[in-house]
Design a protein. Structure first.
Length: 762
């Protein structure tokens, strides 16, 4: 998380509204001498993609003249602002006062303090999640903490845990009728954990919360805020919390995203108040549907494509369909109008409604689908509604190990609804034409950033010293995820045989993965394992050759990068590798699928032969590498071709008249994807919260501990028990450290004898 990229620096607009509606949401903000941060908060509010709100600011007896002056300025920014002044009574009283002043017709109350920030999609996402789950009462998101402390707050919610620790943030959206039913905050005293008490009151009344997993709320941490004051009044504040918590009897079923949802997805009609925008400029709006935004070759290609599009001509939006920990989300947000992780706030049966809404409200001119199975199966229904909008897909590779043969099957299923299909190499193009009878398949090479991967920017001598590498060796590298398809064990064996012929060689492995431990056991003193590499260009610069012995590729990003850095590549011939690699820039070795031991050994020797040839002609081959990238495989060339694709497809479809309705295609196809979606939900929950996951509700090994905490909490014995538990945890830590020390001692004995042998006898 880059905490400098916080929202609120300026107001973003999305065009003039076609339909003006009464406010659906009342935003309530207590204000007390908060002038220094109010403008940032205001910028966030008036950048919201959901416009049907009123903003009620309750001045709670501010005394600071500059703050009141700033409040007066902000009040004039927009007619949706209402400012009320009252005597100081604390934020709880101020919020209740704001609720009493809310428009009678607003359905939801959203709480936002005057020093906190929200992403521009916050109101839209919370509105959608509550509208598509009418049984729920309130919703909140994961939280980015900034200011005095910087960290991410994302916790699994259980009633037992909420009774002893508040994990729900104040910036939540609540049904107004439910707030009034429980008496709103109802606390007159200051610093009393009033938000925690409110959530417990709602749970006591059987109201269902929703936890949205996307990080849309930015909470400003300080040592002088209301939470800090409540901590100083903890004994008295906990009295109110305890009294409410002990009355909770309802077993409320909490909704938490991402989740599996219904097995049978259908297109439902939604009676919602939704905006429609007029086109704000002449730019064409492109909607990209991806599975996720993670660290992978396809994802970096997507990022570079969107990053480099001409922003004076094209405006990008992104909707993702598959649960994951989206490490590149901030990077994508920097170059797009909006990014929506649909799995973070919607069940799958609502995705198609939401994408339909995006297409209508944002005047989408073209849809690009890449690597999203769910994205493919929305196309028939959406094409029926928007016949003049071209839908195209981009395929990186066809995984024959996939039971459904990956995206080859997807693109075949919806072929009649697609304007064109694009692939990253001619090998995949031929596969689609031969095996799936696809027509209109065109190749658009991924390319690479030849400005970033420029060998002239780096000093090899300095980098050799930085990584403590030998200066008199020919360095051969592999940069890849250490997984089965990348065959890192084979790389180690290739290198050992190369070293027999060329003793002046040294080997680098950059990457991490499930086979890391196995590789560590195989290597010797001629290898260096770098682990996960962030500055791969530095590794290329110190390398003389790279090897790619992968069994599955489209056209490897590492091959592009290596050549751009002037480093030859010896590669397997899978996917489209032969379209980039030849004997002028490296070498190609045939991959033997399901090879016998003899064929496998022969393949290893072929790598050794090709590397030997490259070493003997190294200077000549190196001189060709970067030229090849600049002549046909750079990002800038790729983006120019893609912009031409946009124009051609929009022009091609502009006069299309009607299209068959794809409702049945959608339902049957999505049902088939239920199992894979379950595994992605499981992956997210296990990796984010450390839980086991067997179905709709994770089985937390800490549940029994949580119930014990509740019992102690009700007996006012939690503080004493904490001291005992801390003592027991200390004993456990000491025992683990002793066992670990014993293991190292046992391993050190044979290592000592080996060291003595190498020093004396070698």
């Amino acid at each position: 998380m880059d905490y400098t990229k916080r929202p609120g620096k300026e107001i973003e607009t999305f065009g003039k509204l076609k339909n003006n509606e009464k406010p659906t949401i009342s935003i309530i903000t207590p204000f007390y001498n908060g002038g220094k941060t109010l403008l940032e908060t205001a910028n966030c509010i008036f950048s919201q993609t959901y416009p049907y709100f009123e903003w009620i600011i309750v001045d709670d007896g501010s005394k600071d003249a500059d703050s009141l002056k700033e409040l007066s300025k902000v009040e004039k920014m927009d007619k949706r602002i209402k400012v009320f002044h009252k005597e100081n009574g604390g934020p709880s009283v101020a919020r209740d006062y704001g609720i009493s002043k809310a428009n009678e017709e607003t359905k939801y109350i959203y709480f936002l303090d005057c020093d906190d920030l929200i992403e521009k999609t916050m109101l839209e996402c919370l509105y959608w999640t509550l509208e598509t789950h009418p049984e729920a009462s309130f919703a909140y998101t994961s939280m980015v903490n900034f200011g005095d402390r910087e960290f991410i707050w994302e916790q699994w919610l259980t009633i037992e845990r909420e009774m002893v620790e508040n994990v729900i943030c104040i910036s939540s959206m609540v049904k107004k009728s439910d707030l009034l039913e429980v008496g709103c905050f109802g606390l007159k005293e200051k610093g009393m954990y009033e938000d925690w008490n409110l959530w417990l009151k709602l749970l006591k009344a059987g109201k269902i919360p929703i936890r949205v997993s996307d990080k849309l709320f930015w909470y400003r941490t300080s040592n002088t805020g209301e939470f800090s004051r409540a901590n100083k009044n903890r004994k008295k504040a906990m009295k109110y919390v305890n009294e409410t918590a002990k009355q909770i009897e309802n077993n409320v079923e909490i909704i938490q995203f991402p989740r599996e949802g219904s097995k049978y997805d259908t297109v439902n009609e939604r009676n919602m108040v939704l905006p429609k925008y007029e086109r704000k400029d002449k730019r064409k709006n492109i909607l990209f549907i991806f599975p996720w935004m993670v660290v992978g070759g396809a994802d970096y290609f997507n990022l570079e494509l969107i990053k480099r599009l001409d922003k004076t001509k094209y405006n990008a939006l992104i909707a993702t369909t598959t649960p994951n920990i989206n490490k590149l989300a901030q990077d994508f947000k920097e170059y797009t109008e909006c990014v929506y992780d649909m799995s973070s706030f919607l069940d799958r049966n609502s995705y198609i409604n939401f994408v339909d809404h995006l297409m209508e409200s944002r005047n989408i001119d073209m849809v690009v689908i890449s690597n999203s199975q769910y994205g493919y199966y929305m196309v028939p229904y959406l094409k029926g509604k928007y016949p003049t909008v071209p839908f195209i897909d981009y395929i990186h590779s066809i995984d024959l190990a996939d039971p459904r043969e990956g995206f080859g099957r997807c693109t075949m299923d919806v072929d009649k609804y697609l304007s064109n299909t694009y692939v990253c190499n001619n090998f995949t193009k031929k596969q689609l034409e031969r095996d799936y009878k696809k027509e209109d398949v065109k190749t658009l090479y991924i390319g690479t950033d030849d400005e970033r991967f420029n060998p002239n920017k780096y000093n090899k001598e300095e980098l050799l010293e930085k990584y403590n590498l030998p200066k008199d060796k020919t360095i051969i590298s592999m940069i890849a995820r250490l997984s089965i398809e990348k065959r890192p064990e084979m790389f180690v064996e290739i290198c050992k045989r190369i070293h027999e012929k060329h003793p002046d060689t040294y080997f680098l492995i950059g990457g991490d993965g499930p086979l890391m431990k196995k590789v560590e056991r195989l290597v010797d003193d001629n290898f260096r394992l770098l682990g996960m590499v962030s500055n791969s260009e530095e590794v290329y610069k110190v390398s003389d050759i790279t090897i790619n012995c992968s069994s599955l590729e489209g056209l490897a990003l590492t091959s592009y990068e290596s050549l751009a850095m002037g480093v030859p590549v010896v590669s397997t011939d899978v996917g489209g590798q032969t379209e980039l690699i030849d004997d002028t820039v490296g070498g190609i070795v045939h991959y033997n699928e399901k090879a016998s031991a003899r064929l496998f050994d022969r393949e290893i020797n072929e790598y050794v032969t090709e590397v030997d040839r490259v070493i003997n002609n190294l200077d000549k081959i190196k001189s060709n590498c970067r030229k090849k990238i600049q002549q046909g495989f750079s990002y800038n060339l790729m983006v120019k071709k893609f912009e031409k694709i946009i124009e051609e497809n929009i022009d091609k479809e502009k006069n299309t008249k009607g299209f068959p309705h794809g409702y049945i295609d959608y339902n049957f196809a999505v049902e088939a994807l239920t199992k894979s979606y379950f595994y992605f939900v499981k992956y997210y929950v296990v990796n984010t919260f450390g839980m086991s996951y067997e179905g709709y509700e994770p089985r937390n090994k800490r549940d029994k501990v949580s119930k014990l905490r509740v019992f102690l909490f009700k007996k006012y014995a939690k503080h004493d028990a904490d001291k005992i538990f801390e003592f027991l945890r200390g004993i456990k830590r000491t025992f683990r450290e002793f066992i670990q020390t014993l293991k190292f001692f046992v391993k050190a004995i044979p290592a000592t004898f080996r060291l003595i042998y190498k020093i004396i006898f070698k």
